[in-house]
Each structure stands twice: as C-alpha cells, then as structure tokens.
Design a protein around this ligand. Structure first.
Ligand code: PHE
Length: 355
C-alpha cells in the first residue's frame, strides 16, 4: 500500500505540472481527493491490514492529503499571478508616449498679452484682484459717481440680466453684465486696508455696434493706487514705466484731457498705431484699426474722484489715488500686429497659430 501511496504522489506531481487553469485544478483535486477519488480507492484496502500497519498508512495517507492540498493551493496562486501579469501586459499604457505637438493647443493672444501685463505690474509691486462679471447697477454705476440720470451712462450701455431676476428689484440692485473693470476698484476699497496697489484683468461687456476696435465683449486691465500723498506725477510715472516695458521703442504716446465721472482730472492715452506705423494708411488704404488717425486709444485714467473715495469710507482730505482702465484687446492687436481686435473672437485657428 505504501508503494501505491508513493506512486499516487508521483502521478499527482506530474499531473499538476501540466495544469494551466483553475478548471483543470478542480478536476485534479476531484480525481485525487474526491469521494470516489484515487486516495479513497487505495484506502479502501486498509481494513485488511494489521492494526500497526493501519496506523502508519493512515498517517502517511493524511500527510499525502495535506501535501496534495498545499500543492493545489500553491499552483492556484501561481495561475492567478500569471493571469494578472497577462492582464497587465495586455492593458499596458505608456504614459510617457509623445504626441505630435501640432495637436497641442496654445495660449490665445489675449491671454499672452494679459500675462505680459501682469508680469510688468507684479514687478512694480502691484497685486492682482478679481471681480464678478455680473455686477449690480450700484457697483457698476452709482458708486462710481454715475447716478441713474447721468448722461455718461449712455457710453456704458449694457446687457441686463433677465427680467424674471431683475423685475422686482430697485434700479440700484438690478443685475447687469459689467461694462468695465472699475467696480472692482470699489470692491477693493471697501474691503482692503490702505495703501492699495492693484491691477484687475477681466472680461467686460457693452451693447456696441461692432467694428475693427469695438466688440460687445472685450478685456480690460484696471489699475488702482490709493494711499497718502499719491499725485498725478505718480500716475504719469507709472504709465511711462509700464508703457516702456510693454510697447516698442518707436511707439509714441499722447495724453488727452478727458472726462470720467469717477476720476478728476481725467485723461485718455493714445499710442501711435503699430499697424500703420502712425501713418493712418496701409497700402494706400485707410487703416481700420485707428480709423486712419494714426493713433489708437489705449486707456482712460485719472485721479480717483473724492466722491468715490468718500463712498468707500476713505477720507479724501487725507488720501488720494489714481486709476486706469486699459484695453487689453487693443494692446494684443498692437503688440501682435493684428488689424482688427474683432478677429480675436472669431475662433480663427489660422490667426491664433501665428503667435
Ligand atoms: N472704466 C473706464 C472705461 O471703461 C476706464 C477708466 C478706468 C477711466 C479708470 C479712468 C479710470 O471706459
């Protein structure tokens, strides 16, 4: 019987070698250890043995059973591991694979111009602020010294939020799409300690007739400095310094007196048109970027109006400030030599891919 057990062990080991899946393993277990299995068959003859032999065979057959079970378990683990490796190999993904770079997107010229401006102002010690594109009438107009009946409201004609939301509200609390980044001046003065030195890049909206320089949505960069002893001289110095970093060496700037209800005195700054090099003409045709004047209006600016300061709880006797509102789209057009800032909004890949 001993030999039979030994033979069974050898046969089992050989059979195990050639199994390659769990189904075959199950069959092998049944064949050797099952109710009608080979081990049971051998043990059927045990009753004819002496007591002494019965004992040894019993022990040995038990050891054989444990041996078989262990081997089966080990083989089953091996099969599982192999299966896993196969899955890993078949689903392998090379995350370092390179894609042709022409399919990658890149920055829009307005984003590039905004980042350029941010870098200049950060180097001058300015902080970047942000504000909502949906504003209230109060912040967009009233607190900037543009009351309900003020004629200047016409300049900033805008889009109002739907009647369902606005109809039960007083005018000052009605929602609109902000027409300039100037409301963020108010938001900042209301919440920040003095001195304030911020820039606000952002999208603004106007109810406009579209042409080469006008679109119903565009981007502005607001600058605001408020503190003790801030003068018009500081305004000019900041403007000159920023313009020198931003534009070309041969660019001329021009200061024109202007009117904004929230600044006093106020000015507008033009730069010589980069598209037609200040001549007003491109190949004998009128330059549409500057309406053939040779100059492009780039920003409005001025000293913050005392009424605006007072409205934000700042004493105009003690503090003063200056503010600018700059047209980022026009800067991008000048900087990249694009003849109409409207083109930036026409999803023209051919245009964007040049920069
Ligand atoms: N908010 C003004 C506009 O959009 C620009 C401006 C800003 C003028 C700050 C003066 C001071 O037209």
């Amino acid at each position: 019987m001993k030999e039979k057990l030994l033979e069974l062990k050898e046969n089992f080991s050989k059979a195990l070698e050639s199994t390659s899946n769990t189904q075959q393993l199950k069959e092998l277990e049944n064949m050797y250890l099952g109710k009608k299995g080979l081990l049971k068959e051998i043990l059927a003859g045990i009753k004819n043995l002496s007591n002494e032999d019965k004992k040894t065979i019993w022990v040995e057959s038990n050891e054989l059973k444990v041996f078989i079970l262990k081997k089966l378990e080990w083989k089953s683990k091996e099969i599982e591991a192999q299966k896993f490796e196969e899955i890993v190999a078949s689903e392998a993904l090379d995350v370092t694979a390179e894609f042709p770079s022409k399919d990658l997107g890149h920055k829009h010229p307005i984003t590039t111009a905004t980042e350029l401006l941010e870098d200049i102002f950060i180097s001058l010690g300015f902080k970047i602020e942000d504000g909502p594109e949906i504003e209230t009438d109060k912040l967009n107009f009233d607190m900037l010294n543009i009351p309900d009946n003020h004629p200047a409201r016409d300049v900033w004609d805008t889009f109002w939020i739907s009647d369902e939301i606005n109809e039960d509200k007083e005018l000052w609390e009605k929602y609109l799409l902000r027409t300039h980044t100037s409301p963020v001046q108010i938001r900042t003065m209301l919440k920040e300690e003095l001195p304030i030195k911020i820039i606000v890049p952002g999208r603004v909206f106007r109810y406009e007739q579209e042409d080469a320089r006008h679109t119903c949505n565009f981007y502005q960069l607001e600058w605001l400095v408020v503190g003790e002893g801030v003068t018009f001289g500081d305004l000019k110095w900041t403007l000159d310094t920023a313009m020198k970093s931003l534009l070309w060496e041969d660019t001329k700037t021009r200061f024109r007196p202007s009117i904004f209800p929230f600044t006093e005195p106020s000015a507008e700054v033009d730069v010589s048109c980069q598209i037609c090099k200040g001549t007003g003409k491109i190949k004998e045709k009128k330059c549409s970027m500057c309406s053939a004047t040779g100059w492009v209006e780039l920003l409005g600016c001025g000293m913050v109006h005392p009424k605006v300061l007072t409205g934000c709880g700042i004493d105009p006797e003690k503090y003063s400030g200056f503010a600018f509102g700059m047209w980022i789209d026009r800067i991008a057009a000048q900087r990249f030599g694009v003849s109409s800032s409207r083109m930036f909004y026409q999803s023209k890949l051919k245009l964007n891919e040049q920069f």
